[in-house]
Design a protein around this ligand. Structure first.
Ligand SMILES: CSC[C@H]1O[C@H](OP(=O)(O)O)[C@H](O)[C@@H]1O
Ligand SMILES: Nc1ncnc2[nH]cnc12
Length: 290
């Protein structure tokens, strides 16, 4: 079994992880493009932790401009086996008010101008996204929340829109009518790429607003998200620090198959594979491509 390395991607309002010990800032190059920021590699307790700011420190990148492939690629190069995503979201449910942490377990991808796969012409692969969240990793987040006395709601569907504009009222009502729990702009293709890279993925969706459907609340604004995230950040950091402190030394095999996603996924015959693409896949698909 591989040594467990915990990755944390911090979203809006979470640009660092102050609890990291022995931190080294490492700028890894990726053949896929420019990662959002340098990795901050350190440890919490005995666990190696790799932190990446999704929008970059100073929030330089919009959801559409983030190079999700480069981000996941460098996390893989840093040996991350398990990745916890922190993300600010709007809520479609009265019982999930601002301040609620939701451990979502499904995603709906409404993005349309992002590179969403490492594979393609010259090396075609199809991985399963039936269960995009790694159940054991989510269980660890839930247990850490319990231990820290932080309330979390388990389960729910996150719809990921392209943004950067927030939704119209009609869109918001539609998503709500479809039974989605929360809305954000970054979970996709992050979760898809983590799966292709065989990294177990779980998401802590932190509700900052009621989007724009709720008659009793103002519609979402960036300022409101920032204000609620400022109040959420300490709890989020405490939660991930606890996950790290209680993390096992060895990566636990994933019942959803996150860590073996590429077994039987690659369609392209060895002789038909593009050497240039294979070279770029060295980190994410090294286990199966050799
Ligand atoms: C600042 S409001 C919209 C912005 O916040 C969320 O970012 P993240 O998921 O990285 O926490 C949302 O997805 C949008 O990118
Ligand atoms: N209402 C909302 N829509 C999309 N992304 C968000 N992030 C935080 N709140 C959001």
């Amino acid at each position: 079994m591989a040594k467990a390395v915990l990755g944390i991607v911090g979203g809006s309002g979470i640009y660092d992880l102050p609890g990291l010990a022995d931190v080294e800032e490492v700028r890894l190059a990726s053949p896929w493009g420019e990662p959002s920021d340098a990795l901050r590699i350190g440890r919490i307790g005995l666990t190696k932790v790799v932190f990446l700011s999704r929008h970059g420190r100073g929030h330089r990148l919009s959801p559409s401009d983030i190079d999700y492939r480069a981000n996941i690629d460098v996390l893989k190069r840093a040996d991350v086996t398990d990745l916890v995503s922190l993300t600010a979201v709007g809520s479609f449910r009265e019982d999930l008010p601002p301040g609620t942490f939701v451990l979502v377990d499904q995603f709906v991808d409404r993005t349309h101008r992002r590179e969403s796969s490492f594979f393609g012409r010259g090396c075609v692969a199809h991985v399963s996204m039936a269960h995009p969240v790694a159940p054991r990793l989510q269980e660890r987040v839930a247990a850490a929340a319990d231990a820290e006395g932080i309330a979390v709601t388990r389960g729910g569907t996150l719809v990921c829109i392209e943004g950067p504009q927030f939704s119209s009222r009609a869109e918001s009502e539609t998503y709500r009518g479809l039974g989605y729990a929360v809305i954000g702009m970054t979970a996709m293709p992050e979760a898809k790429l983590a799966r292709e890279a065989e990294i177990a993925y779980a998401s802590i969706a932190m509700v900052t607003d009621f989007d724009c459907w709720h008659p009793g609340h103002d519609h979402v604004s960036a300022a409101a998200v920032v204000a609620v995230m400022a109040a959420n950040a300490e709890r989020a950091r405490r939660l991930v620090a606890r996950v790290a402190r209680d993390f096992p030394a060895e990566h636990e095999p994933c019942p959803a198959g996150s860590d073996r996603a590429l077994d039987h996924a690659i369609m392209t015959a060895p002789a038909a594979r593009d050497p240039a693409l294979l070279a770029r896949l060295d980190a994410v698909a090294g286990r199966v491509l050799g």
